[in-house]
Design a binder for this molecule. Structure first.
Ligand SMILES: NC(=O)c1ccc[n+]([C@@H]2O[C@H](COP(=O)([O-])OP(=O)(O)OC[C@H]3O[C@@H](n4cnc5c(N)ncnc54)[C@H](OP(=O)(O)O)[C@@H]3O)[C@@H](O)[C@H]2O)c1
Length: 341
């Protein structure tokens, strides 16, 4: 009879202990980050914007302020007692919102009609003149452009690619550069104890998103940019925060009806300002916030299961994008035929 293999019992026991310890550590860290998520979004009191100069005469600059998420940032920051500079292309829309804000919240406003896709010295000179004499303590880098619809890169018009990268990246970087010395001055003059720069990011930058590759890449750029800058500006008392959103009901998303996972801009911005500087669903990264509760949950689950950079998730997203593209192309074809009749 052949001899039975001998096992090194000590080794096996050691492996079992190590595996159990690793498992327990993973479980403990997941539980800790989930509790931190719940605490940061629901249990801590709302962030007080006095530290950023609210009710002390300080100003907030909001880009893309005439509609959607930007309009809500303008209104809700004004409701906290900040004066507001509103920037977008359409003067008439800006003036209407500025009047509403002044009447309702008794703060001052200034409007600047400018096209952020024009990367010209004149654009930055105009913006610089508009803000350089104001005690600006808050910059909301909100303006953003996406693709007209899901599209393969080779079929994406050059104008679309250039606009996305210019507005989402180049303009944001240059606007930030322009505002930092102005925020420094506001802090030095004691109009605010701290400055705040918010970059509005997207889940498209968190998860690689096929058929929205340029938009996805432009938003993922904001991750490292925001984190690097947050460290750079810490000693200047300027907080930098990347705010991540899944879908929100705006013209950009072309989604009209809100649901559990898709808030209105009003609800999204309320959660963002309430939780400013807190991680929410972005427990794994600093200077980043996933502030809307259902979005936070999505991010937490993705991070702790397949991982945000998993190919599995990218393939599933691609499938969804293909379906959306097919639907969109059919709709465009129907519209074309109706026009031709
Ligand atoms: N909605 C979503 O589901 C979602 C999800 C994740 C992230 N985001 C991000 O949230 C931010 C705001 O998006 P939104 O959904 O609120 O968009 P939106 O409703 O389409 O509003 C865009 C705003 O930007 C202005 N704007 C557009 N192009 C401009 C340009 N070239 N120069 C100056 N202003 C311009 C528009 O006003 P004018 O037309 O008058 O210029 C408008 O005020 C973006 O950065 C977007 O990537 C949105």
């Amino acid at each position: 009879m052949p001899a039975l293999p001998t096992f090194d019992c000590k080794l096996i026991t050691g492996v079992v202990y190590a595996a159990t310890a690793i498992g327990l550590f993973k479980l403990a860290s997941m539980t800790y980050s989930f509790l931190s998520l719940i605490t940061s979004l629901f249990l801590l009191p709302p962030v007080d914007f006095k530290v950023y100069g609210a009710k002390k005469g300080a100003w907030a600059v909001v880009t893309g302020a005439s509609e959607g998420i930007g309009q809500e940032f303008a209104k809700q920051l004004a409701s906290r007692g900040l004066n507001i500079v509103l920037i977008s292309r359409t003067q008439s829309k800006l003036e209407q919102i500025a009047t509403d804000i002044e009447t309702k919240y008794k703060v001052q406003t200034k409007v600047v009609a400018a096209d952020c896709s024009k990367n010209t010295p004149e654009l930055y000179a105009l913006l610089s003149r508009a803000i350089e004499e104001l005690p600006v303590s808050v910059l909301i880098n909100n303006v953003g452009r996406s693709h007209e619809g899901p599209v393969p890169l080779v079929e994406t018009p050059d104008e679309e690619v250039e606009n996305i990268l210019t507005i989402n990246n180049l303009f944001l970087v240059k606007m930030t550069k322009l505002c930092i010395p102005v925020i420094d001055k506001a802090i030095a003059s004691k109009k605010a104890s701290r400055g705040l720069i918010v970059n509005v990011g997207s889940f498209a930058g968190l998860f690689p998103t096929p058929y929205l590759a340029t938009y996805s890449g432009s938003k993922s750029f904001l991750q490292n940019f925001s984190q690097a800058l947050s460290v750079e500006l810490k000693s200047q008392k300027i907080d930098v925060e990347l705010v991540l959103a899944y879908f929100v009901t705006t013209a950009l998303s072309a989604i009209r009806r809100s649901s559990f996972f898709i808030p209105t801009p009003k609800d999204f911005v309320a959660a963002t300002l309430r939780n400013m500087g807190r991680r929410g669903g972005a427990q794994d990264r600093f200077a980043t916030s996933s502030p809307y509760p259902s979005h936070a949950l999505l991010q937490y689950v993705a991070h702790n299961t397949v991982g945000v950079y998993s190919e599995l998730l990218a393939n599933a997203t691609f499938k969804a994008m293909k379906a959306t593209r097919a639907k969109r192309l059919k709709k465009l074809q129907r519209q074309k035929e109706a026009k031709a009749e």
